[in-house]
Design a protein around this ligand. Structure first.
Ligand code: AMP
Length: 576
């Protein structure tokens, strides 16, 4: 597989998915046949049929002892036929606990390849008309930690941006960024973010897209701008970078881009940022921006309204779907609405199987990538090059169509992330839908929801759902008054969105108490993120957990910041 790619690759890949998947499996089995892990099941054979019969479908707990042995210094071939040179740390905010996965540079190459394919699909829709525009993207990296054996442990995107693959990337392979690599590689998040803005503002006429890996990072970036625009303007006015930018590589690279003093630009930015409302701030500052690029599906969909607000509803392009275990695929229809996004699996990345959600313990119902059925729901099962065999990813996907002969999937929700007080099981998808409905009610009040999470409080009887909401005024001075009537209506809108079992429990049996919204201080969701990042995650990969049932520490972060509480006043009507 060459590190560069073009649209022909996409056609070839997606027409030949079946054969490519067969080849990938053969290659992986041949590579790993003599690892201690696989030898247990195949006795050195690399026969594909035998592997499907003998190799069990597993979760992290099953492979963790093998991974930990390699992390502790035993040879790679305990689990992987290829060399293990680093570990990827999953955020753990989606599945609960943090996990580490063994990989080598091949992982980075494959991720780069999918990003390049995505970038080509995008350029088809946003032809620059010959003029090379730039992407202002808020990427950052964090210094790796080390396994006991001295191998680096990083988050996926940190690993990607710190790799030789990224450093030597073919220029056509990925968009040109407004920020030099030194800004992305600066290990101090605040300095990196500040410099991203400085570079992006100075080159505002060239910016054709604004983005981050996940929507959350972009929303957080705009918040950062709210706090730092005056200082940024002053730097542009004087032509000098603030003293507190002490990372030398970063400082030098940014000073070069800043050039000399630019009073006209500073005035212009000041005028826009001084505006009472920050509605459309992205399009006002970067007038040539034509789309926003970030992952906006799943847990990130809660940020669609606020990004629409900041960007005057520029197209939101949700790019790739992946995890620390494997990259999965890309969105080949980048201009579709966020709620219609599907990801086309890239058949040359890993070997993909799919377990129907209604398998009822029958593992034989597992199917190959090309055999999934339209409209059906599955959990992906991954066999990768680095030692994971038939590994359950924990996401639920629905087949929405086919691109050539390759299936496309909608991300439905993370498995097992549900709220339940009694017999009801409220899924992540329902939580997101409920939040979208309540946001519509909130619209009438000039307030915006900037973050939410929830848990099932069963410490009292009857138990009830508690939502933590961080609110922001639409005006820039951020003075807001909370209207009790609106908040009570929001509580009702949330309840009305849940399923019939919830409603029955709530109204007929009184087995679920009134839903509660706890409004928290501004910045609370930043504190929550800092808490999770302090456990070893990375900001760039962080996803606000929709539900924090299992973390008493995370709950404590939120509880300390509660300003006020509202409850629904009556049970929701039953569905007719
Ligand atoms: P991590 O291992 O920390 O990178 O997290 C991977 C998980 O993030 C996936 O299993 C998904 O649950 C979620 N995720 C990644 N990409 C997307 C996407 N495009 N849409 C929705 N969820 C995603």
């Amino acid at each position: 597989m060459s590190p560069s790619s073009n649209l022909m690759d996409l056609e070839e890949l997606t027409w030949n998915a079946k054969q490519i998947q067969e080849d990938v499996l053969e290659e992986i089995l041949t590579l790993n046949a003599n690892t201690e892990y696989l030898h247990r099941f195949l006795k050195g054979s690399s026969d594909k049929e035998l592997s499907k019969k003998n190799v069990p479908v597993v979760t992290y707990e099953d492979v963790k002892p093998y991974i930990e042995r390699v992390a502790n210094g035993e040879p790679s071939d305990v689990i992987s036929g290829g060399p293990i040179t680093k570990f990827l740390r999953s955020t753990g905010t989606s599945g609960g606990k943090q996990k580490i996965f063994p990989v080598n540079d091949k992982y980075t190459e494959k991720l780069g390849y999918v990003i390049a394919l995505q970038s080509h699909a995008l350029s088809k829709h946003f032809d620059s008309g010959g003029e090379q525009g730039k992407a202002m993207e808020f990427h950052c990296t964090k210094r790796p930690s080390e396994s006991p054996s001295g191998l680096p442990i990083t988050a996926v995107f940190s690993s990607f941006f710190m790799s030789d693959y990224f450093k030597n990337r073919p220029s056509k392979c990925s968009s040109q960024y407004t920020s030099p690599d030194q800004v992305i590689l600066c290990p101090d998040y605040k300095q990196s973010m500040y410099c991203h803005f400085l570079c992006g503002l100075v080159q505002r006429d060239k910016v054709v897209s604004v983005g981050a890996t996940f929507a959350f990072v972009l929303v957080r970036a705009i918040d950062f701008l709210k706090n730092y625009w005056k200082e940024l303007c002053s730097n542009i006015r004087s032509g000098n970078v603030s003293e507190w930018i002490t990372d030398l590589d970063c400082r030098t690279a940014v000073s070069n881009i800043l050039g000399g003093a630019n009073t006209i630009l500073a005035d212009l930015i000041e005028q826009e940022c001084n505006n009472k409302s920050w509605e459309g701030i992205i399009t006002r500052l970067w007038t040539k921006a034509r789309y926003i690029e970030c992952i906006i599906t799943g847990q990130m969909s809660q940020y669609i309204p606020i990004l629409d607000f900041y960007s005057n509803k520029l197209p939101l392009v949700s790019t790739t779907y992946g995890s620390s275990e494997s990259t999965f695929g890309m969105n080949v229809d980048p201009l579709c609405k966020p709620q219609d996004v599907s990801y086309t699996f890239a058949p040359n990345i890993s070997y993909f199987e799919f377990l129907p959600v209604d398998h009822e313990g029958d593992m034989a119902s597992i199917v190959d990538l090309v055999d999934v059925k339209l409209g059906c729901y599955y959990e992906p099962v991954v066999t990768n090059y680095f030692g994971l065999h038939r590994y359950l990813i924990g996401d639920i996907l629905q087949v929405t169509g086919f691109y050539n002969s390759t299936p496309q999937f909608r991300f439905v929700h993370r498995k097992n992330v549900v709220l339940s007080v009694r017999s009801e099981t409220t899924t992540e998808e329902e939580l997101l839908k409920a939040s979208a409905n309540a946001t519509v009610v909130l619209e009438s009040s000039n307030l915006m929801l900037v973050g939410f999470t929830c848990y099932a409080d069963i410490s009292t009887f009857p138990g009830h759902y508690v939502f933590y909401w961080e609110l922001k005024a639409k005006g820039v001075n951020n003075v807001f008054e909370i209207d009790k009537n609106v908040m009570v209506k929001c509580c009702s809108a949330l309840e009305e969105s849940f399923g019939e079992v919830y409603k029955k429990n709530r109204s007929e049996d009184g087995a679920i108490g009134a839903l509660e919204i706890r409004v928290v201080q501004q910045g609370t969701f930043d504190s929550l993120m800092e808490y999770f990042v302090s456990l070893g995650g990375s900001i760039a990969q962080y996803k606000t957990p929709l539900c924090i049932n299992s973390s008493s520490e995370a709950l404590a972060v939120l509880e300390n910041k509660v300003l006020t509480r509202f409850y629904s006043e009556r049970p929701p009507p039953l569905d007719s």
